[in-house]
Design a protein around this ligand. Structure first.
Ligand code: GLY
Length: 362
């Protein structure tokens, strides 16, 4: 009976940007029940792994429904998030005469969503696209809010734009084949989401974080999507408020860069939150008890709360971070669990390099 209820359960979250409204649909088994519009020509863009795991079945479903659909893929991995991959995908779309009324389906994790969304944003000056994330990280973060782009030598995502999809379909059935390491990546962003925006959700995670049942994931994904939807509605282009989602990411990105991306994004952000929380505590903003609760949750997921590498290098990387505006380093800092510091309409705080160094050496 419970399984029946779960299977027929679909959560709908609407995003409202004036003229660009769309829905996020979340559920279990909802993809195979989806009715696609057969008057539209679809192009599924995916990677070499997801193609086999869910791309072929989605293509068959669309074909069965009478839709015209092709599948384009590229080698899985962050290394593919390049100008070259984007150009190859565009050339394939031209070869197959995809026109401005076509729709791109971004099926995969964050890399797929970013590239396919960026192709959609510029192909024939913009075609519609739909996000179908297949990793926990993409479900709770990158598929929501329209950030699309690629990496170049100068940095990650420094070429890109904001381009909202026509819809997001999150089917937790696709998580069944996701490696454990990838699930952990998502859990780190889930903790971040609760830390910046919801004490109640944080408490829920404290009770449920070891659980891996469908209800835990459905509820956590729903909460993150709802929180993120409200944030991006208020500040779609990240002029200020949306930056709260960067909590843990300034130090996290520095760790990733220092480790040459051999460390997972989830682990880097988890360690980043531990240090950025410590900075907030040292500034007399976050209570010790709250910092300890955050770090205990991070540890329960299995992530460290300390960086064992060369911390002096992290400062150097942060100095080159595009988010750095002057000689100090700007951080999003929690004031309590579920709320960040906001001062004069700003959600980042300039912190002296000396204090950052002290915290990293702590
Ligand atoms: N990943 C943070 C954001 O979408 O703003």
């Amino acid at each position: 009976m419970a399984a029946f209820i779960l299977n027929s359960y679909m959560i709908k979250i609407s995003l409202n940007f004036g003229s660009k409204n769309y829905d996020i649909n979340i559920g279990k088994g909802i993809l195979q029940k989806r009715i696609f519009d057969k008057s539209i020509r679809y192009a599924i863009i995916t990677d070499s792994n997801v193609r086999k795991l869910c791309g072929e079945s989605l293509q068959n479903l669309l074909k069965k429904q009478g839709a015209d659909v092709a599948m384009l893929d590229f080698p899985a991995g962050e290394e593919s998030k390049t100008r070259e991959t984007k150009a190859l995908l565009e050339d394939k779309l031209f070869e197959m005469n995809y026109d401005a009324d076509s729709m791109i389906i971004a099926l995969g994790g964050g890399v797929v969503g970013d590239i396919a969304g960026f192709v959609a944003a510029t192909y024939l000056r913009g075609v519609s696209y739909m996000q179908i994330p297949t990793t926990l990280l993409a479900m709770v973060d990158s598929s929501i809010g329209g950030k699309v782009g690629i990496n170049v030598d100068k940095g990650e995502n420094v070429i890109g734009t904001f381009y909202q999809p026509k819809g997001v379909i999150i089917d937790i059935e696709t998580l069944k084949t996701l490696p454990r390491k990838e699930m952990l990546n998502g859990l780190s962003e889930i903790i971040k989401c609760s830390m910046v925006r919801s004490y109640n959700f944080f408490e829920y995670l404290e009770k449920g974080i070891g659980r891996s049942d469908d209800n835990f994931y459905l509820y956590s994904i729903e909460r993150c999507c709802r929180l993120k939807a409200r944030i991006v509605e208020l500040d779609e282009k990240e002029l200020e408020f949306r930056k709260i989602l960067n909590y843990g990411h300034i130090i996290g990105h520095a760790i990733e860069a220092n480790e040459k991306y051999k460390i997972s994004h989830g682990e880097a952000v988890a360690v980043g939150m531990a240090y950025e929380g410590l900075i907030s505590f040292q500034l007399g903003l976050l209570k010790k008890e709250d910092l300890e609760r955050q770090n205990a949750l991070i540890s329960r997921v299995g992530f460290p709360t300390r960086y064992e590498g060369d911390v002096s290098k992290l400062i150097e990387v942060m100095k080159h971070d595009k988010k750095r505006k002057d000689k100090k380093i700007h951080f999003v800092l929690p004031k309590t669990i579920g709320e960040v510091i906001e001062e004069n309409g700003h959600v980042t705080l300039a912190v002296d390099e000396t204090l950052v160094r002290e915290c990293l050496n702590n």
